[in-house]
Design a protein around this ligand. Structure first.
Ligand code: GAL
Length: 686
């Protein structure tokens, strides 16, 4: 079932914390929100003590007053369940509810997400607070939706408390049935790890040097995903008993060690994303780099959210300088940048945008994570920018529900994602992921992600889903099952083009490397056998591949390929001991083509693929834009986004109506610094 937002117009919201402010401010805040075009607030996600100040003692009047006021002022509400910040009375009395570090030391009260997801005690307390909230507030007319918890797996995404170890054993029992089976699948004969009793099994604990059993470590990640997802489902089930059918349930993601696709499918109405593009300019983490994506890089995360919900929501959109007292230092968004980021989200499929937060906190660790308003509560340029945006979104009333348009998709899956995180030899995964994404951006070839389901995800990806794309790139599916290889074969047979990269197919679903020729189940599909391979060390000269007059970078890891009958070698290595040997192959499969590239994909390599396959400039009939302007199309609406501090020139090849000004535009046009141009594009893409 499709899990998308269903709204009749683009809406703006804001995160608000009634518990942070004197009540006398509420009404004025709500009125000013309304004046600025904000239609709803997200509240409650950290406010457990306002509802259950002491164990078993429930008081509802605080949020009753706030909700009633919202109703009176015509502001709608998304209510968060407050379970990511358990009260001090709870965790002090019941320390078994706390999460632990790998060495067993407990995380204590004082920040957030310090609880675990498996303690029966914690789950009982969560059930009770959610039930109480749902029973009391569930039918309040101001509420349009609920948010489960807050950013599941954000602050931390690993859990090592006693109850987690216990639950892990139960999970493994369910997966493997017997210890013999587990020992075999987990390769425990290696270094004498064989288990003779379930009680001997633990989630990873401190060991000498760096080595964990990688197969157990992969199961551990699957386990984390499983328990967090179940925790979310449990809250959804409770809410659903009490809230009206049309009220939605969502959560704000998207974070690691969590199959958000499966979770959304099982229990949420749709997914939302918390969008902080200013991380690109965070002094400590990712200082701005020339030629890099910087804040435009967030389009990658928006694409990921879109792969869960084609039309999603932004629960938190950055609206000011960022920073915690203890970490992170981010500048103020430049004039126009907040608006640009909101349009970036919308261009990628968001049908609502909620800013974080109305006013900057005057206390606590986030006194520098600014909201729209500063401490002084005075009107400012950021509030004016929100009002401008509200005026503009009102003009795009037909946008909600329209789809982001992409001819190409990157295929992904959680098993490979997680395995590549724990496997030091899989650095090519990271390089290629961004290489392809950046290439699609700079070549103006909008791209989707398609996540193939895990065994327990509870959703399917069909051949028809894949055939919606002319080109699929599955950069390095090291774990490749027979079934997935068969699906990809069908895709090619029906006319699709598929690109696979180095290190495909050499692992099984537990991350072991079976005794068989590489690339495993992709051997017949791609029509190649790997003859020899090497990772490139820092001492190696940069390797390249000659492909029809071009020289492509071939970074990180190389495989020397042996084309099988019916497969053509079209690219050859230059520079190493395997100089002149096949590096890139092409095979016709049914009506389609499969390419196998024996290296990682840099941005330049991926861009060459797009050009050679004629997949670049998807909307070339309509617009020519420089590389640093993003081109995106939703339905019949064309977005041109300028992330730079200087104006950018584009050429419009057809007459189009500017959806923000109503003007007719054709030929040369200029997008102001941090500006957007939104045009009505009526007619065929190509
Ligand atoms: C998000 C979180 C918010 C706030 C914000 C700024 O990750 O959901 O509660 O902390 O970051 O740090």
């Amino acid at each position: 079932m499709e899990k998308s937002v269903h709204l009749d117009h683009l809406t703006l919201g804001v995160c608000y914390y009634p518990e942070h402010w004197e009540e006398r401010l509420w009404q004025d805040d709500l009125r000013r929100m309304k004046e600025s075009g904000i239609e709803w607030v997200r509240i409650g996600e950290f406010a457990w003590s306002k509802i259950e100040p002491r164990e078993g003692e429930f008081t509802f009047d605080f949020f009753d007053r706030f909700l009633d006021l919202c109703e009176k002022e015509g502001i709608r509400v998304i209510f968060g369940t407050p379970t990511c910040t358990p009260p001090a009375w709870l965790t002090e009395k019941y320390p078994e509810t706390l999460n632990a570090r790998q060495d067993g030391v407990l995380y204590r009260h004082g920040l957030r997400q310090h609880h675990n997801y498996t303690s029966e005690t914690y789950l009982r307390f969560c059930d009770r607070i959610v039930t109480q909230m749902a029973m009391h507030y569930g039918r309040h007319p101001a509420i349009i939706g609920w948010q489960i918890d807050n950013e599941l797996n954000c602050e931390i995404n690993e859990y090592y408390s006693d109850s987690d170890h216990k639950a892990f054993r139960a999970y493994l029992k369910e997966q493997f049935g017997t210890l013999e089976n587990l020992n075999e699948k987990m390769g425990t004969v290696f270094w004498n790890q064989t288990y003779t009793d379930w009680e001997e099994i633990f989630l990873s604990r401190p060991v000498t040097t760096h080595g964990y059993n990688p197969h157990m470590k992969l199961m551990e990640k699957r386990f984390f995903s499983h328990v967090v997802s179940r925790y979310c489902e449990r809250q959804c089930e409770i809410l659903r008993q009490y809230i009206p059918q049309e009220v939605f349930i969502t959560t704000n993601g998207v974070f690691d060690h969590l199959d958000s696709h499966g979770m959304t499918q099982r229990c949420l109405s749709f997914m939302t994303y918390d969008d902080y593009p200013n991380f690109a300019f965070d002094e400590g983490t990712h200082p701005e780099k020339p030629g890099a994506m910087n804040d435009r890089g967030n389009s990658w995360s928006l694409t990921r959210c879109r792969s869960i919900s084609p039309n999603f929501g932004i629960m938190e959109q950055q609206s000011g300088p960022g920073g915690w007292v203890s970490r992170m230092r981010q500048p103020a968004p430049k004039p126009g940048q907040m608006r640009l980021w909101a349009w970036q989200s919308i261009a990628h499929g968001a049908d609502f945008v909620s800013f974080f937060r109305w006013r900057t906190a005057t206390m606590g660790t986030e006194i520098y994570w600014h909201g729209i308003l500063n401490y002084d509560n005075e009107p400012n340029r950021r509030l004016r920018e929100v009002a401008t945006l509200a005026g503009e979104t009102a003009r795009l009333s037909d946008l909600p529900g329209t789809r982001y348009r992409a001819r190409i998709a990157m295929v992904k899956d959680y098993s490979n994602e997680w395995d590549s995180q724990l496997d030091n030899w899989r650095r090519q995964d990271r390089i290629s992921d961004y290489g392809w994404y950046e290439a699609s951006q700079v070549c103006h070839a909008p791209m989707d992600f398609v996540y193939l389901p895990e065994e327990d995800s509870g959703y399917t990806v069909t051949l028809e889903d894949l055939l919606a794309y002319d080109l699929l790139i599955y950069p390095h599916p090291s774990i490749l099952t027979k079934e997935r290889a068969a699906l990809l074969r069908q895709y090619a047979e029906k006319g699709g083009t598929l690109i696979l990269g180095v290190r495909t197919g050499y692992k099984d679903e537990y991350g072991r490397c079976p005794m068989r020729p590489m690339p495993g189940y992709a051997m017949d599909l791609a029509g190649v056998k790997v003859e020899d391979f090497t990772l490139l060390s820092s001492a190696d000269a940069p390797e390249t591949v000659a492909w029809g007059g071009e020289r492509l970078p071939a970074p990180e890891f190389n495989e020397v390929l042996l084309p099988l009958p019916g497969t053509r070698a079209v690219g050859f290595f230059c520079g190493n001991y395997y100089d002149g040997r096949p590096a890139l192959t092409e095979r016709r499969v049914g009506k389609g083509t499969v390419y196998y590239y024996g290296a990682a994909f840099s941005r330049e390599t991926a861009a060459q693929f797009l050009k050679k396959l004629g997949m670049d400039e998807t909307f070339r009939r309509w617009v020519s834009a420089p590389w640093d302007v993003e081109v995106a199309v939703r339905g019949e609406t064309l977005f041109l986004l300028n992330y730079k501090a200087e104006p950018k020139k584009v050429v419009l090849h057809r007459a189009m109506t500017d959806r923000l000004t109503g003007e007719e535009r054709c030929g040369a046009a200029e997008i102001p610094p941090y500006g957007v141009m939104i045009l009505k594009k009526e007619g065929e893409d190509q």
